[in-house]
Design a protein around this ligand. Sequence first.
Ligand code: ZN
Length: 246
Amino acid sequence: MFGTAAEDFYGGAMSEKRNRIIFWFCGLGFMFLAGWEAARAKDRLAQTWQGASGDVGQVSMEPPRVALTFDDGPNSQYTETLLDGLRERKVQATFFLLGENIEGNEALVQRMQEEGHLIGNHTYHHIRISKVSEKEAVEEIESTSNKIYQLTGVYTSFVRPPFGEWKKGLEFHVTMIPVLWTIDSRDWVTQDVGKILDAVLPKVEDGSIILMHDEFAESVEAALRIVDTLQKEGYQFVTADDLLLE
Ligand SMILES: [Zn+2]
């Protein structure tokens, strides 16, 4: 009885995963890293400026977009405050979760899903993917994705490799898209709101993907101040998939 239920559960996950394989394999080749999109975003911005200085009819009306991404959570102390602040500001972000941090924080993961945030995978034990066997890397990633699936009903397609280190070709084994970043807030190093704002705000442009960690009070405060500042400048906050999949 139990065995059948478990098979159905994982069978469902696998068939959902298979359905996505066709879709992702069409796209994986050209959207491997965020850097590609950042280059395009620069082009778009240049075109917008060109339009503004020339024919007014050509001006793009689309607001510039930016994605906040948080690694290493969920965190029992700080993630809830961050989620409250994001909800107040009607902002969706992206959370790359560690499998080992999900236990005890299941309600936070479900809340992320309910409130429209994108949930991605950051491996189970924060491993250095380039230093382990392919088998171990796949296990680290799949065990985390399974945990997320059990809580949300969604098998994530996005993985942020710890330390930004990936293994060539691994995306085809796990059928996922590795997502890097264009701006490193260095929040875990400085743990200082002012320094985090200085590291991020001057660099933001249309298409930026900002790397932060929801495991420090300073990161949460800085993230919300980044939202307040950029919203006033007309930026729209989106989840990372919006910047990668267009
Ligand atoms: Zn990390």
